[in-house]
Design a binder for this molecule. Structure first.
Ligand code: SF4
Length: 319
């Protein structure tokens, strides 16, 4: 999918929703006359507002809302890698590009200047319960691989809070000239081999550091019925905005307060020196154990095992 423009921006002057102001370089116009429509500033005869490319119908899920009637396997007549590359190039002629199920699609997208790789780690909830999970060592391999990919396209992870631990560890290991890969497994080596073959791992870009937030700690989710959750993947409500202000729920609900206190975490997370910047996925802990403060099931780190403990203080913070 490639978008030619244009996130809807809040109109600060009026407080009404609408497009960005004229002259900001965005291609939609904020209505100034109460119009219910946001106008496209380009000639739509010259190019589309948005291009959607159904790269594949292969998907392991079976969402009820899916219009594509997804199937497990790729269609034999899907576009080849070369054809897909040409299509993306043509999209770029309109404006700028962006989708991972098709071989080499990551490189094709990268070549067209993609700005971010957004990676979701499975939380076994809803239909996701039927999907197979990574083992903790495999999750570790994937996290380190994603860190390496960050040299090409910045990486953002969802429900992989230990990516922050990996980022800190890799920085310190690099400072010491130590080999990060010696404790990693075959999945890491396979992923790296394939990525290097596709030119996806380079040493040229500035990394995008992961943001230090977690469920209820810098993050809040309001459902379509107004229930306030620490995360969209965590079906524990702390109140409803129909009854209490969101600010009040976020700041003082016991659930949110507990999630912001790393000393209340259980298992390895509770004993972990990285708990103030990580804390693991509270959603996955809850989905797997029923205890929102239990240890992160997909983390393979043994607290205290990182060899350069004295270097950590400048990267961690006290709660
Ligand atoms: S043990 Fe918990 S706090 Fe420590 S790195 Fe793993 S997920 Fe994070």
């Amino acid at each position: 999918m490639t978008e030619r423009s244009e996130a809807v921006q809040p109109a600060r002057e009026t407080g009404r929703p609408g497009g960005a102001a004229p002259g900001t370089g965005r291609s939609s116009r904020r209505p100034s006359d109460g119009s219910p429509l946001r106008r496209v500033r380009r000639d739509v005869a010259d190019g589309p507002f948005i291009v959607i490319w159904e790269a594949t119908r292969a998907c392991p899920l079976a969402c009820l809302h899916c219009r594509a009637e997804a199937v497990p396997d790729r269609h034999p007549e899907e576009l080849t890698t070369a054809e897909a590359g040409e299509l993306i190039r043509q999209m770029a002629d309109f404006g700028r590009p962006a989708p991972l199920f098709v071989p080499d699609i990551a490189r094709l997208v990268c070549d067209q200047g993609a700005l971010l790789r957004s990676v979701f780690f499975l939380v076994p909830t809803g239909r996701g319960r039927a999907l197979s999970a990574l083992s903790p060592p495999e999750a570790e391999d994937v996290l380190h691989f994603l860190y390496d990919l960050g040299t090409t396209i910045p990486v953002k992870t969802t429900e992989a809070h230990h990516f922050r631990r990996v980022a800190v560890q890799r920085l310190i290991l690099a400072e010491h000239g130590a080999d990060h890969a010696e404790t990693l497994g075959p999945l890491y080596r396979n992923l790296c081999r394939r990525a290097r073959r596709s030119g996806l791992i380079r040493d040229s870009r500035v990394r995008r550091p992961p943001v230090d937030v977690n469920a209820g700690r810098g993050f809040v989710f309001v459902s379509h019925t107004g229930t306030v959750h620490p995360s969209g993947f965590l079906p524990l409500g702390a109140g409803n905005v129909r009854d209490r202000p969101l600010t009040e729920i976020y700041r003082s609900a016991p659930l949110f307060a507990a999630l912001r206190d790393p000393d209340r975490l259980g298992g390895r997370c509770g004993a972990c020196e990285f708990r103030t910047i990580c804390g693991g996925s509270r959603s996955r802990a809850y989905a797997c154990t029923g205890d929102v403060l239990a240890e992160e099931p997909w983390c393979g780190y043994e607290p205290g095992s990182f060899p350069y403990q004295s270097d950590l203080a400048r990267h961690l913070h006290t709660p």
